[in-house]
Write a protein that binds this ligand. Structure first.
Ligand SMILES: NC(=O)c1ccc[n+]([C@@H]2O[C@H](COP(=O)([O-])OP(=O)(O)OC[C@H]3O[C@@H](n4cnc5c(N)ncnc54)[C@H](O)[C@@H]3O)[C@@H](O)[C@H]2O)c1
Ligand SMILES: N[C@H](CO)Cc1c[nH]c[nH+]1
Ligand SMILES: [Zn+2]
Length: 441
């Protein structure tokens, strides 16, 4: 059952515990004493794949995904890609294509442009954006298959102009990858796909194996193992952000529909037993109705066991004194998704400082953003929205600064550079400017 507490209770400690659930998994024992704790498992997988390549990859696929694969079976073949189209309905294909168009249109709007500025004394300054050479897209596939996540990863990478894009995703049940995932990949222009998930997939992309090439940036959401692995390989490769397990925080007043609020909470809880679903409401009556509605909707929920776990451990309803108090708590939590189910959602927007995505009003369930509104659904979780943003075109780009000085311009700043370099004890720095200026005189 979804717990209800009031603002006077230990709400900040509770929210912090939920927010930091991924960090807590580093070093905490799982309930199953047979298992190493999660971070240790991930470290072991990373080390083994780094040292032994494909051999370790296949070992962990057998251990965690219960599949016996040969190295040549890791890559999805052209005939599997073709066959996937026969397996998806016309309606699903049309939906994938609609999502593709909307996501691409949104991401094309925010492509950073290279620029140069011509200043006084023939000084030229600028920035030049270039894509990474290779990107590795992680598409989760443990508990559900995510064609939508294929699009959210692949389209910004394509728009950024990444020359080589590979995708990894685990096979669920048998060796076959979900057909909709394979169709979505092809619709987004991705052909190089490997059937591998979990920490071993992140390790393979970070270090490279005989079969799977090393990439420059790894993007995409995943469960606790994937998220911890991304955190640990950061520095060897770039990553987008720590995206997963999913979260929603809903701020609702007495005008919200309790059944809709309950569904939206469950829509995130159903992703993962570690997903978080939080309601902050000014109305104690609504709190009770949402609690009842959640229980009712869970009765015949197809993912009942895992969803109940998420609700029990990382679900919470808080009755707050005011909408301002709700916003303050939300800013501290920094949710992946924030829904404003209140009479005048725009009145709060200027106070919201940290959230991956903000959904305004009664007819904007978070699922609209998950699938096809256009903005990316791979968003920072576990408080990362305080310093990070969602996946975007810029995730796949880096920029080089452009600097050109004329002799006149160099002459004008020579003394200043000399002072700064001398203060740092770096005489060759000072010399590199002084020599040029003297030779030009
Ligand atoms: N933020 C986002 O944009 C976004 C989008 C979609 C999904 N998600 C999140 O992604 C996650 C998907 O999780 P998932 O589990 O369905 O798929 P996943 O692909 O992330 O993880 C599955 C893999 O985990 C590994 N694994 C499972 N149990 C393990 C164990 N005991 N030890 C070591 N490795 C193990 C297996 O190798 C398996 O292939 C969910 O948390 C969901 O909330 C987030
Ligand atoms: N809500 C997820 C991000 O946390 C994204 C998703 C994909 N499919 C459904 N939902
Ligand atoms: Zn979702």
């Amino acid at each position: 059952m979804l717990r209800i507490i009031t603002q006077q209770a230990n709400v900040r400690t509770e929210l912090q515990r939920i927010c930091e659930r991924v960090q807590r998994a580093e070093g905490e024992r799982t309930q199953d004493e047979q298992l190493l704790h999660k971070e240790a498992t991930v470290r072991e997988v990373l080390q083994a794949v780094k040292r032994q390549g494909d051999k370790a990859v296949l070992h962990y696929i057998a251990e965690f995904d219960h599949q016996t694969l040969q190295p040549e079976e890791l890559r999805v073949t052209g005939s599997e890609l073709d066959a996937a189209y026969q397996q998806v309905s016309k309606d699903l294909l049309a939906a994938i294509q609609l999502a593709c168009r909307q996501i691409e249109a949104f991401h094309r709007q925010r492509v950073p442009k290279s620029w140069v500025h011509f200043g006084d004394d023939e000084v030229v300054l600028g920035k030049r954006y270039t894509p990474v050479d290779r990107a590795g897209l992680y598409v989760p596939g443990g508990r559900a298959s995510y064609p939508s996540t294929v699009l959210m990863n692949a389209i910004p990478a394509k728009v950024a102009g990444v020359p080589r894009i590979l995708m990894v995703t685990p096979a669920r049940g048998g060796k076959t990858i979900n057909s909709a995932v394979l169709v979505a990949a092809q619709e987004a222009g991705i052909q190089e796909i490997y059937r591998i998930g979990g920490a071993q997939a992140i390790a393979a992309l970070a270090y490279g194996t005989e079969t799977i090439p090393k990439v420059n940036v790894i993007t995409g959401p995943g469960n606790i193992y994937v998220t911890l692995a991304k955190k640990l390989v950061y520095g060897t490769v770039g990553i987008d952000s720590l995206a997963g397990p999913s979260e929603v925080l809903i701020i609702a007043d007495q005008t919200a529909n309790p059944v809709h609020v309950a569904t939206d909470l469950l829509a995130q809880a159903e992703h993962d037993p570690m997903a978080a679903a939080i309601l902050l409401t000014t109305d104690a009556g609504l709190a009770k109705k949402v609690q009842v509605a959640v229980d009712r909707q869970l009765v015949d929920h197809p993912r009942r066991i895992d969803t109940e776990k998420a609700i029990a451990h990382y679900g919470l309803i808080v009755v707050v004194e005011s909408l301002e108090a709700a916003v303050e708590l939300s800013n501290e939590f920094a949710p992946e998704h924030l829904e404003l189910e209140i009479k005048d959602p725009w009145s709060l927007i200027s106070q919201i400082r940290h959230a991956g995505a903000i959904f305004l009003g009664y007819s904007t369930p978070e699922a609209v953003g998950d699938y096809l509104a256009g903005p990316n659904h791979t968003l920072p979780t576990s408080g990362a929205a305080r310093y990070a943003s969602g996946l975007g075109v810029e995730t796949f780009l880096k920029h080089s600064s452009i600097i050109q000085y004329s002799p006149t311009a160099l002459n004008k700043v020579a003394n200043a550079i000399d002072s700064l370099a001398t203060s740092e004890g770096l005489t060759s720095h000072a010399d590199s400017v002084r020599r040029r200026v003297q030779e030009a005189e």
